[in-house]
Unconditional design. Sequence first.
Length: 346
Amino acid sequence: MSSNLNSNPLKPVILSGFADEAANQKTCEQQFCAFAALGLRYYTLRFIDAGAGIQNVMQLAPESISRILDLQLEYGLQVSSIGSPIGKVKLIDVADGTTNRFVPFAEYLEKDVRRACELANTFDSKLIRGFSFYHPRGTAPEDHLNQAIDQLGQIARVCNVQGLTFGLEVEANLIGQTGKLLKRLYDGVADPAMLLIFDGANLVCQGMSTEQVYDEYLAMKEGMGWLHVKDYQRPLTRSSHVDEDSLTSFVPADQGDSGHEAIFRDMKRGYSDLLTRLERRGIPGLFMDLEPHVKGGGQFGGFSGPDGFGVALRGLCRVLDYVGLPYDLRSFDDIRNSVSKPKTGA
């Protein structure tokens, strides 16, 4: 699979991915070897073993961070976004039959949010992935919009002071579980430091049809910041609560029911305006962040393996080729100019 630049005048989308999905034991070397071999230049940092066991990015100690920075340079990689779990906590401290934790928001803002900002700046990334809080199970997400808007607005302001952008991902069971609800959150916060993250599989797994997913994408379009790319084969019934750990039908972007082809075609029509909005935030372009889950997914992550990740990347590239959206993978010139040097024995 090669890049499809040719004479296409459009700026290439930037291919990235959750590198932990491509590594059997999630070590730095496994993640970076897989991504370099696939031709990727960017990765999202979420779970990683940098010598202290598998840790979430939020838990990394200074020595682990130094090791990651050294190794990513060796493998020619940069961090596209911090794959934080910010916002995946309860909005209200009530028992609702879930294991989701609650943290008082003032404490959460001071510790977790500022920690995510510190990491983004350390890894020279402009983007922090996040979520819209869990409302009590059995209640309507619409009933909690005001509190969520207030808290998300405070998160956005902290990010903005740091020159960073907070991305709000659409996902089941959270307040922002649909594109339309995310749009209400986006309008309510009204801060350029908060953009939205589209993820088709996170809509299909709720029982939505391809047509419904497209409508949710259109609702998010005005606030779009970047995309997570995975797909899902539609379940038979729609549910108000999704058991995320039981989801088993994730597939590459060219095989599921999200309708990526139609979404990418529409995105292509407004591509220059989207890039302008991103460039105002210091974001280098439109990131398409692979999070394939093709070997399984759950509430706080998923797995594809190096083989599955390769299959998923090729599936995405086939859709991009078909709709004429350019992308760029490493070339022979990149290899010749690489900072990587072979290790020599004694």
